[in-house]
Design a protein around this ligand. Structure first.
Ligand code: ZN
Length: 350
């Protein structure tokens, strides 16, 4: 069967490889793959060599953002043929570490976890994959192809879950949210902010393309001016750019008691100097919290599946801006300005 694969760090090797059927050791559910989402992590694997192939091979099958249909499920697995599912990315540290033992592999203390399509295990980017029912998430059948957005949504579901748990340390009734960065993660974070009934502001540099309208269609406000100049006092910030200056400005802008979630990493070569003393003062005197967040636990996937089921499917559909056959997946490594989410149709040309 066909799989989209690469030798990490060698973008010229990006292509399609022929693989044997998925091993039963991957799990008892057999899934026919529909779509694979491509994101910044895949670009890092390809270009910067992040990511590790499974032991004994130099190739890594990509695909940590998955969507497929169950083809075969054992009795008592809770799944049936035809179910629409996506796979969880991370697998707990086999030790396991205390966090992984509590099923919070997203909070792993040892770094001994593996990740499908990223770290030491092939991804879901083959015509069929196998997954353990524990790591499969059922999607509302009405979502169809939009279910490919589950994994990026799980990342923002975790950010919101942790914001709310941190906020609960004291009186906390958030009314205003700021999302910095209007890529797929930022737009999905804005969707979840609106689902919570918050007055939502999204800041990004671009003034053209689909992003401003997508934000407006959520009933949120789009800003292209510098974050420091925004006339708002957000109770919650979901920071998706990873740019030091934006982190700093958003933290200072946040309301007293505000919670700032850092969900982005910048790949900019030019590392900005940030006045940490000023940021420290803003955090201390404002009782503000700045925290980092990555990946997602099982419950965040379930929260994400619920959030997608409640969203306007026409809005979600506009996030998918390019659909490629497997043979052309490498073109996804060069993002165009109008791209939001690029997906690979694993059934195309089959
Ligand atoms: Zn762990």
């Amino acid at each position: 069967m066909k799989a989209i694969a690469i030798v990490p760090g060698r973008p010229e090797t990006a292509g399609v490889v022929d693989l044997p059927e998925p091993p039963t050791s991957d799990g008892s559910l057999l899934v026919r793959t529909r779509l694979i989402g491509i994101c910044g992590t895949d670009v890092e694997i390809a270009v910067e060599g992040h990511g590790t192939p499974p032991p004994g091979t130099e190739w890594l099958v990509l695909g940590h953002e998955s969507l497929g249909e169950v083809e075969d499920a054992p009795e008592g697995s809770g799944f049936s043929p035809g179910d629409l599912v996506a796979g969880v990315v991370r697998r707990p540290d086999p030790l396991p570490c205390p966090a992984c033992a509590a099923d919070e592999w997203d909070m792993c203390r040892t770094g001994g976890f593996v990740e499908r399509g990223i770290k030491a295990q092939h991804g879901y980017g083959s015509e069929r994959f196998r997954v353990d029912p524990r790591f499969a998430v059922r999607l509302d059948p009405a979502l169809g192809d939009l279910g490919v957005l589950l994994e990026p949504t799980s990342v923002v579901a975790k950010a919101w879950d942790h914001v709310e748990q941190i906020g609960a340390r004291a009186w906390f009734e958030p009314k205003v949210a700021l999302i910095t960065g209007a890529g797929p993660i930022g737009l999905l974070a804005a969707l979840l902010a609106r689902q919570r009934g918050l007055e939502t502001h999204v800041a990004d540099l671009v003034t053209a393309g689909a992003k401003p309208e997508l934000v407006a269609n959520l009933g949120a406000y789009y800003h292209s001016e510098p974050v420091a100049e925004l006339p708002i006092e957000p109770d919650v910030v979901i920071e998706c750019t990873g740019v030091g200056e934006v982190v700093m400005d958003a933290t200072r802008l946040a309301a007293p008691g505000g919670v700032v979630a850092l969900a982005g990493i910048s790949h900019s070569e030019d590392l900005a100097e940030v006045r940490l003393d000023a940021m420290n003062k803003a955090l201390v005197l404002g009782n503000k919290t700045l925290f980092g967040t990555v990946n997602a636990a099982r419950r965040h996937y379930d929260q994400a599946a619920e959030a997608l089921a409640q969203a306007d499917p026409n809005w979600l559909a506009r996030l998918i801006t390019r659909r490629l056959p497997p043979e052309a997946w490498a073109t996804a490594l060069r993002k165009r300005p109008e791209d939001i989410k690029i997906v690979v149709d694993m059934a195309a040309g089959a």
